[in-house]
Design a protein around this ligand. Structure first.
Ligand SMILES: CCC/C=C/C=C/C(=O)SCCNC(=O)CCNC(=O)[C@H](O)C(C)(C)COP(=O)(O)OP(=O)(O)OC[C@H]1O[C@@H](n2cnc3c(N)ncnc32)[C@H](O)[C@@H]1OP(=O)(O)O
Length: 248
């Protein structure tokens, strides 16, 4: 994850968010592993280079840089299109921050995950500590992973709920990821995007607030033609994917 990655991800996801042709996103890694995390040379040469001439100004500048880096993964969560991430080999450091901002996580049998930040002398600051506890439920396991930087392998990632499916190899995983993406893309974008937005809202709020939010959301979204089309398909015992839904 070099400096180009950190800024291009923001441009990319902002464009995907606005692109009505796009209904779902699949993120995967090229090469022998998914990600080695932040480019350590870049980090030392840019993020950590102090700018300013006193503590307050240097600190202010570092905070700005961290907030900017956080946005690289927050854009994934803010994107209304569901994001499926397919992980093979290693997923280290900021890789874990990134995948916890995605909606569906898949991996290969050879995948492993490492909350590596403590090993390089910092508290993870781009999402893992905030999102991982909401993803895997066990605070004790999160604490263990984050405080010891031990590797977690595919089987434990599955049993802990970090990933929902494990595939034999990358080829099988990509086929599986595209199949899931196809299932999502074939359904009403009004229903799909409303579901993602409300799931994230519900995760961050009380049940009562979540129920109120969805009521307000659906007071307009239930007026969509997609509902009639999907209900018609259900009555005819057809998949909702057999209907055509307008772009959103
Ligand atoms: C404050 C900002 C907010 C963001 C914070 C983010 C934090 C993080 O991401 S913490 C994690 C940082 N990453 C690491 O510490 C990974 C270190 N690397 C490894 O553990 C291994 O290299 C890895 C398991 C990824 C791959 O192992 P493998 O045996 O397959 O390859 P290597 O021979 O170790 O590596 C090949 C060359 O790549 C260089 N390299 C690996 N990772 C990084 C990296 N993150 N940044 C820069 N360079 C990296 C490695 O040094 C080798 O280089 P060379 O010796 O020149 O061939």
């Amino acid at each position: 994850m070099n400096s180009a990655f950190w800024s291009e991800m923001v441009t990319c996801f902002n464009e995907l968010s606005e692109d009505a042709q796009c209904r779902v996103v699949v993120v995967s890694g090229a090469g022998k592993l998914f990600t080695a995390g932040i480019d350590l040379m870049d980090m030392m040469n840019s993020v950590l280079q102090p700018e300013g001439d006193d503590t307050a100004r240097i600190s202010w500048g570092i905070k700005k840089k961290i907030k900017k880096l956080q946005e690289t993964f927050s854009v994934i969560e803010k994107c209304p299109k569901p994001v499926v991430v397919a992980i093979h080999g290693a997923c280290v450091g900021a890789g874990v921050d990134m995948i916890t901002a995605c909606d569906i996580r898949l991996c290969t049998q050879d995948a492993w995950f490492q909350v590596k930040e403590v090993d390089i002398g910092l508290a993870a600051d781009v999402g893992t500590l905030q999102r991982l506890p909401k993803v895997i439920g066990s605070q004790s396991l999160v604490n263990e992973l984050a405080l010891t930087a031990r590797k977690m392998y595919a089987d434990e990632a599955k049993s802990s709920g970090l990933v929902s499916r494990v595939f034999a190899d990358k080829e099988a995983m990509m086929a599986g990821a595209l199949e899931i993406a196809g299932e999502i893309a074939g359904r009403s974008p009004v229903a799909v995007q409303g579901t993602k937005i409300n799931l994230i809202y519900a995760r961050n709020h009380s049940v009562a607030d979540g129920l109120d939010y969805i009521a307000t959301w659906n007071m307009s979204m239930l007026q969509t033609e997609d509902l009639m089309k999907s209900a018609q398909a259900a009555l005819e015992k057809k998949s909702p994917k057999t209907m055509t839904y307008s772009k959103l």
